[in-house]
Design a protein around this ligand. Sequence first.
Ligand code: UTP
Length: 409
Amino acid sequence: MNYNDAKVLLEKKNQGHVLEGFENLSEAEQSTLLKQISELDWDAIALVQGEKIVKPTIGKIEPLGAVDIKEIEARKDEFEKAGLEALKDGKVAALLLAGGMGTRLGSDKPKGETNVGLTKEIYIFQRHIECLLEVSKACGKTVPLYVMTSEKNDEETQRFFKEKNYFGYPEEDVAFFQQEMITAVDYDGKILKEEPGRLATSPNGNGGWFSSLAKAGLVEDMKKRGVEWINLFAVDNVLQKICDPAFVGATLLSGKESGSKVVRKVEPHEKMGVLCREDGKPSIVEYYEMSDEMAEATNADGELTYAFGVILNYLFKMDKLEEIVAAKLPVHVVEKKIPYITAEGEHVKPEEPNGYKFETLVVDMIRLLDDTLPYEVVREKEFAPIKNLHGVDSLDSARELLQKNGVEL
Ligand code: UTP
């Protein structure tokens, strides 16, 4: 895209400010900026129309039961046997979502570099690797690990893994790839810049992982290795089991095209997405989309009707993913603190949210599947997410849970 085309386009979209000071930029900066402009997602930006935000609609919601802890206990051997076999045959890969910004933790480092140890170093990344080493040992084959980073944290993440010698994992079984970035806007929908020659961008949410994986040529790599299933997991849950043989086995034996680990909510309004059926298909309704009536509904036995919350640990069947990836995921508009540069050239790092980011979410992938196996895990043993420094779902609460589970910190 050349300057004139960019100018016409931006003026038409009421974003003429983006090219202010263009003549003062170096040639390299000019071409970076023009490239960013040519890649702008105007459909996403159109979702912010002044103060009015277009929200996705919700269909007809019904409850969805889970394979519960009791049933899993009763069929543990059968599930584990099937899971270990698939793992041993190299049919399962692990995929770590580590492209987020972790803004709530307030650190500039990748979240996985957070040290959860107290008297020794135990990094979040290390917890995941140790878990995978254990599974690899149990099945007799190294589970391939794919790590999604973003432009903002890729270099540092890869440097850290190298510095720590991959925490003992075979380097040839770990691959990194970057997710795409998307431009952020202020509350009036005006595109923000982070430098005079650069738009303010942030990672595009955790929903784009499969297309980014494919773009990086890694779907081909998986196929060459004979991978048929991907265990997708979030970086911040330091208690989770990855490629858990029983979960893998239960999902495979169910004949469904995905599995979703769930925990029982501790209270009706707990801030987690709830697994249910929407218009007959599995779906996750986020806590902020849920009415009080839905959140508080109970069965005849007094239990919550919508009791199962997702913990971002899913198994997906590869061939199904290839089918659904063509479908466009809805874009969510999220209020965030977005660092920017003013027209006068002053860099601002806001203390409060000052605009919107656009994200696609993994939860929306579930809606595109015909079925999923909700698989209940004991939350005190498998769910310790680190979102904040203190309070609920924090570094403090995760440390407490790790210690309760016998992990020496
Ligand atoms: P969160 O929704 O907690 O987002 O991510 P976050 O960016 O880590 O943290 P905040 O909201 O800024 O404080 C859930 C999982 O999805 C990944 C995260 O790395 C985490 O594993 N994620 C999130 C991505 O990989 N990319 C994204 O763009 C967003």
